[in-house]
Design a protein around this ligand. Structure first.
Ligand SMILES: [Zn+2]
Length: 200
């Protein structure tokens, strides 16, 4: 059936779904027309209509600027607009918000530099970050990029780009995860943890 092939092809392009699991999902949706398919259509339509990227930070929300940027701009003191945490994707922002300890704002790059995938600096929201720093109200930029080669390459490029503005640049510490046992850590993590040791 052409309609089903088309839907399966669309679904198989979603992250984490290959052709086989896409076909299974499509069959499930067809069998559960009222219980799964129609609610999914409604939810997708609502998201398509209501969700918008924040032009300040790149977060997604039902408002632009997003709730985080608006809270910071409100002057309530609950969020400090002079502290910016740079993340690769909105999913990373959500992870940090779940942790609930960051009281600054964010900047979502929309990915990381990758020679392999052909992702260049101009493909990321780097100039937007430079403009925010140029405005002069930001005191500290925390680079919370992934501890991968590509994440670290991106961090170095950002550091070079932001160096002329004299803003404080920091990055997340790497080391022993909470609940982690030394015996199970790889050499790279142990080396980083030793380098990042601090007084008790
Ligand atoms: Zn925002």
């Amino acid at each position: 059936l052409r309609e089903i092939d088309h839907l399966t092809a669309l679904m198989s392009r979603l992250p984490g779904l290959g052709p086989r699991s896409a076909k299974r999902a499509v069959l499930h949706l067809i069998k559960k027309r009222d219980g799964a398919l129609r609610p999914l259509i409604d939810a997708l339509a609502k998201v398509a209509d209501a969700i918008t990227p924040c032009h300040v930070c790149g977060n997604i929300d039902t408002t632009d600027p997003c709730g985080i940027c608006r809270e910071a701009a409100s002057g309530s003191g609950r969020r400090d607009p002079t502290l910016v945490c740079v993340v690769e994707d909105v999913a990373d922002l959500w992870a940090l918000e779940r942790a609930g300890t960051w009281r600054g704002v964010y900047h979502v790059l929309g990915g990381r530099l990758s020679a392999l995938e052909g992702i260049r600096p101009e493909d990321l929201a780097i100039e937007g970050l430079v403009r925010r720093v140029q405005d002069g109200t930001i005191r500290e930029v925390v680079l919370a990029l992934n501890a991968t080669l590509e994440g670290q390459t991106t961090a170095h490029v950002l550091a070079d780009r932001l160096a002329p503005f004299g803003v404080a640049l920091t990055q997340l510490a790497y080391g022993v995860p909470v609940g982690g046992e030394l015996d199970y850590l790889d050499e790279g993590t142990l080396t980083q943890a030793l380098k990042a040791r601090r007084p008790l």
